[in-house]
Design a protein around this ligand. Structure first.
Ligand code: CTP
Length: 404
């Protein structure tokens, strides 16, 4: 009964996935939580209060305007006493209202009045989810500390394929447990993470870069911080919001990234090098904008320092993890890089695999450690992959300690 004694307010909004909230409620109750359910008006078109009242064995909260003053206060107080406000499914409409501070029903009032942790599980059509309005609203909510689980990619009610499915119930339960019973197995560690691409200037308006979005590195940084580590994130240019509770150092070029890493390396106990560092930079970036002409133009590239290779020989007791993005012969390339760069662990993916690698919210990786042990993490959200990588790091640390 891992959620014994925990009080959760479960908000259900008007998505076709509302029926899945019934299963979620059952699982939360089974895990020992006391759950008060709030149904929005549109949720009640998909599911009935009676179902939730029966399963939660509690009155279901519905319309704010049918309540007398005392009842309103009681209901708002209900979230204050709760350990978590969980909204699953969360529609684009509710997410928008939360992000803009609108309060036209009970759930939006509870959100504004609550000082407790909030977890959202969005569910909507893929095009809606991708719309900049929804993306911006989610980023805004994240920047206030609201956690978001999912959505998953898959077939949607509209017949479309893409991101927008409510996260799996098991994934939502894991996110709930993480918030209510955080694992602090990285307490005392200093984790240095790199993420994103680098920009190597060609002239004041152009640069060389790659397709890295930074999502894997940011997921690792958030996971490390949530597990109790002091986390330092050295980030190349990305469109991602700075994660909660993390020291972020923004850089542009490989040389700046190198300087930031070497600066923070002495205090780091774990190094996770997820950044896709440009292997080359221009020998002489132009100070003024290059003008077009009819002639061919040649850019002279010089190699950037391989930061990971440089860390290898001076790693001492640190656990150093490298990443490799390949397009074939994955294990062979990964094993070679593991040895050449003196790593403890290499996380490799084939960027041609469906849903894996650059820009996706999911990844599919293999991990190879210095003892030759290989582990595959099937296609799953990057946060889940981050958890598996850090589980592995913790195991490697224990192994090293036990071997003295
Ligand atoms: N890396 C680094 N500094 C560089 C290049 C890469 O620290 N200048 C790190 C990355 O952060 C990542 C790993 O090395 O952890 C990737 O190594 P590798 O695959 O060797 O990089 P590539 O340049 O892609 O290698 P190759 O072109 O040989 O496939």
């Amino acid at each position: 009964m891992r959620l014994q004694g925990k009080e959760i307010v479960l908000g259900v909004t008007g998505s076709i996935a509302a029926y899945k909230a019934v299963e979620l409620l059952r699982e939360l109750v089974k895990a020992g939580a006391s759950v008060k359910v709030v149904l929005t008006q549109s949720a009640q078109r998909f599911v009935t209060p009676l179902t939730f009242a029966t399963l939660s064995r509690q009155e279901v909260m519905t319309d704010l305007f049918t309540l007398d003053y005392d009842a309103k206060i009681r209901h708002i107080a209900a979230t204050e006493g709760a350990d978590l406000l969980l909204v699953a499914p969360a529609t684009a409409n509710t997410i928008g209202k939360f992000a803009r501070g609108l309060a036209d029903d009970l759930l939006t009032n509870l959100f504004l009045a609550s000082t407790r942790p909030v977890l959202l599980a969005p569910a909507m059509d893929a095009d809606m989810f991708r719309h900049p309005a929804v993306q911006e609203n989610l980023e805004r909510l994240r920047s206030w500390g609201v956690r978001v689980v999912g959505p998953a990619e898959g077939e949607l009610a509209s017949g479309m394929w893409g991101p927008g499915r409510l996260a799996e119930i098991s994934e939502i339960l894991r996110a709930v447990t993480e918030i209510l019973q955080p694992v602090h197995d990285l307490a005392g560690e200093v984790v240095l993470v790199t993420a994103g691409p680098t920009h190597e200037p060609i002239d004041p308006v152009r640069y060389l870069t790659n397709r890295s979005s930074g999502k894997m590195g940011y997921a690792l940084a958030q996971e490390a911080a949530d597990r109790g580590a002091h986390t330092i994130l050295v980030s190349g240019p990305t469109a991602l919001a700075a994660p909660r509770g993390i020291e972020v150092i923004q850089v542009q070029t490989a040389l700046q990234m190198r300087a930031a890493i070497l600066d923070h390396l002495p205090k780091a106990t774990i190094v996770l090098k997820a950044a896709a560092v440009s292997d080359y930079r221009l020998s002489k970036p132009s100070k003024s904008k290059l003008k077009k002409s009819d002639e061919s133009h040649f850019l002279e590239l010089v190699p950037n320092p391989d930061i990971l290779r440089e860390i290898g020989p001076q790693k001492g007791a640190r656990i150093v993890v490298g990443f490799a993005a390949e397009t074939g012969d994955l294990v062979r390339h990964a094993e070679r890089k593991l040895k050449e760069k003196n790593l403890d662990l290499i996380v490799a993916n084939d960027v041609t695999w469906e849903g894996a690698g650059f820009s996706h919210d999911t990844n599919h990786v293999i991990m190879i450690d210095l003892y030759g042990e290989i582990e595959e993490v099937p296609l799953s959200p990057k946060r889940h992959v981050a958890r598996r990588i850090l589980d592995r790091v913790v195991r490697l640390q224990k192994k090293r300690e036990s071997r003295g």
